[in-house]
Design a protein around this ligand. Structure first.
Ligand code: PLP
Length: 388
């Protein structure tokens, strides 16, 4: 039996890492929409690019292996992946979403699927007792979407505990693993049924490709998702599949540096006189720190914080020199954003306030630059934002 390789090796050699026809060590970009069929009912494994493409297939095999699932699926964006997973449900079903999910996930359910009588309810998935009460009283619940750490306040949910009660009530557990990646956390090994990713973030890692992934644990779910991926058609194109595989090869080294920088910056911010609140799962007094530590190999590199009222938030953003004020996260470059007006703007204000995403929250995706340059940049922008 072959020795099981460590994840840093799998990132580089996992899935289908070479071209079986030529030996090319980088899987070629098979830029083809259709494939010659040899006779009626006979082909070389591919018919039409939406149904299957060798470059996309290599990526799908890789993510399935990394997440320890049965099958992987690549989509045109993270939201396309989540949308396609929603096709597993039917009119009349209810989906639970954990407090603090990405605004776009909320928007799909609130503005699109609700029109087809697929309902949703926001729950505190970090509270297992409340969750069980919700499952007990509502038989229409068919799925639960959990983000942990959640975007943007980094709330932690216990994947194993959630999956266990979900199973008891025959509910599918879907975990958005974007913030952690399989390098740090593997939800399918903790009992989840499906993992989804915005590959746009850490997996791609260079802020140059929009893409999404889903991985299923069981054969039955794999067959269904394969059907919906082709039927709905929002597949990832060959070049972007190649870009994502290229990004994944360096995920391990990037992540190690992200973690190191984030830990340093979190301490800087925590001790800064201008900072009134900080959210970072690496602090031992962070809510559910022990749960996160049990299920993940690191705190991640997203830090959210609030500045005291005597600092002007917009002046802080305007004065940053190295750190980029932009949507998204997980790139090599440090990115900073304002969730209430950017990533979570599609959540109505009253719901946003209720789940703690107020107008003062700043979300910082710590990049892999020199950490002292990041510290300097934060300090000078904070100083310039002080009300005089
Ligand atoms: C946690 C999470 N899930 C899903 C998405 C959606 O991914 P995409 O932008 O690739 O559609 C995002 C985007 O920011 C995200 O942060």
């Amino acid at each position: 039996m072959k020795k099981q390789k460590k994840i840093s090796t799998q990132l580089i050699h996992g899935g289908i890492s070479e071209d079986k026809n030529t030996g090319a060590v980088s899987v070629p970009i098979y830029q083809a929409a259709t494939f010659r069929q040899t006779e009626l009912g006979k082909n070389k494994g591919y018919e039409y690019g939406r149904a299957g493409n060798p470059t996309r297939e290599a990526l799908e095999a890789l993510i399935a292996q990394l997440e320890e699932g049965e099958s992987g699926f690549a989509f045109a964006s993270g939201l396309a992946a989540i949308t396609t997973v929603m096709f597993l449900f039917k009119s009349g079903d209810k989906i639970l979403i954990s407090q603090n999910v990405y605004g776009g996930t909320f928007r799909i359910l609130n503005n699109i699927f609700a029109n087809f009588n697929l309902f949703y309810e926001i729950v505190d998935a970090s509270n297992i007792e409340t969750l069980e009460t919700v499952f007990k009283k509502d038989k229409s619940i068919a799925g639960i979407i959990v983000e942990t750490p959640a975007n943007p306040l980094l709330n932690i949910s216990d994947i194993e505990a959630v999956s266990q009660i979900a199973k008891k009530y025959k509910v599918l557990t879907i975990v958005d693993n974007t913030f952690m990646t399989p390098y740090l956390q593997k939800p399918l090994t903790l009992g989840a049924d499906i993992v989804v990713h915005s590959g746009t973030k850490y997996l791609g890692g260079h802020s140059d490709v929009i893409c999404g992934l889903a991985v299923t644990k069981s054969k039955v779910l794999s067959e269904k998702l394969k059907f919906y991926q082709n039927a709905a058609g929002s597949v990832l194109e060959p070049f972007d599949s190649w870009l994502l595989m290229r990004g994944i090869k360096t995920l391990g080294v990037r992540m190690d540096r992200h973690l190191e920088n984030a830990e340093y910056i979190a301490k800087v911010l925590r001790n800064h006189s201008a900072v009134s609140k900080i959210f970072y799962p690496g602090f031992s007094d962070f809510k559910n720190y022990e749960i996160h530590k049990k299920q993940a190999r690191g705190a991640g590199a997203i830090i959210s914080f609030e500045l005291k009222p005597k600092y002007r938030i917009n002046d802080f953003f305007r004065n940053l020199e190295t750190i980029i004020f932009a949507e998204s996260l997980g790139g090599v470059e440090s990115l900073i954003s304002h969730p209430s007006s950017m990533t979570h703007a599609s959540i109505p204000e009253n719901i946003r306030e209720k789940i703690g995403i107020n107008k003062n929250i700043i979300r910082f995706s710590v990049g892999i630059e020199d950490k002292n340059d990041l510290e300097y940049d934060l300090n000078q922008a904070i100083e310039k934002s002080k009300k005089r």
